[in-house]
Ligand binder design. Structure first.
Ligand SMILES: C[S@@+](CC[C@H](N)C(=O)[O-])C[C@H]1O[C@@H](n2cnc3c(N)ncnc32)[C@H](O)[C@@H]1O
Length: 215
């Protein structure tokens, strides 16, 4: 009954339960051992990677933040393509960051309060991590605060219309396309979004949305 009422009040969007950050951290500290569901590598041909590369272009000698990086699989591919890139991988779980090697720079922290000054990064991306941030307004404010004016941002996450497709922890949220677009527009000059699939030649089934923004 309570869940039904919550869904009605939020227009059908899932609402995150008030789970302490420490509990979320513990869950991901343990999850790091699960290489099948939290892999440390990614095929560079996967469209999620391609989309980030295309939106950012050349990131050599520029500062990039992988926000909620997990084991740094996206960062490793970007570094392979841009050997002079300066990439910081931030994650809540130390066990995830143990997979991140120099010259990538692992930082333990939370998506809702970064230890970085305003306008630190030329590029920022968050792949399937915003869904765990609980306070989404605070996370979007942080993602854009640390981005330089003119800097570029990519968020790839799951579509709230597909909520229920997988078992999810109590704190997880998925997003409507317009929901993140309007939040991002409060901080960015341009915001575009697309439904994407893992492979460019496979039509998207609607599960993943990519938001591309320029501050
Ligand atoms: C589904 S994994 C995605 C990891 C990575 N972006 C990828 O695509 O491989 C979600 C990651 O977000 C991290 N995470 C969850 N809540 C976070 C928070 N509040 N601040 C920073 N990282 C967080 C988890 O530790 C986990 O590594």
């Amino acid at each position: 009954m309570l869940n039904w009422l919550k869904q009605k009040l939020t227009g059908g969007r899932p609402t995150a339960a008030a789970v302490p950050l420490q509990q979320i951290r513990q869950s991901f500290e343990q999850a790091a051992a699960d290489e099948e569901h939290f892999p440390s590598t990614i095929d560079p041909r996967i469209f999620h990677v391609q989309l980030i590369q295309r939106h950012f272009g050349d990131i050599n000698n520029k500062f990039t933040l992988d926000a909620g990086s997990g084991k740094g699989r996206f960062a490793r591919v970007l570094l392979d393509q841009n050997p002079q890139a300066k990439i910081v991988t931030l994650d809540l779980a130390l066990a995830m960051l143990h997979h991140v090697q120099a010259p990538l720079k692992p930082v333990c922290g939370t998506l809702t309060q970064y230890p970085f000054p305003d306008h630190t990064f030329d590029f920022v991306y968050a792949t399937e991590s915003l869904e765990h941030a609980v306070d989404i307004n605070a996370a979007i404010t942080e993602l854009t605060r640390v981005l330089k004016p003119g800097g570029k941002l990519v968020i790839i996450d799951k579509n709230a219309e597909h909520w229920g497709r997988f078992k999810t922890p109590a704190w997880e949220q998925w997003f409507h396309r317009d929901q993140l677009t309007s939040l991002l527009k409060q901080h960015c000059q341009t915001v575009e979004s697309d439904f994407i699939s893992y492979w460019e030649d496979v039509p998207p089934d609607g599960l993943f949305i990519a938001w591309r923004a320029t501050k």
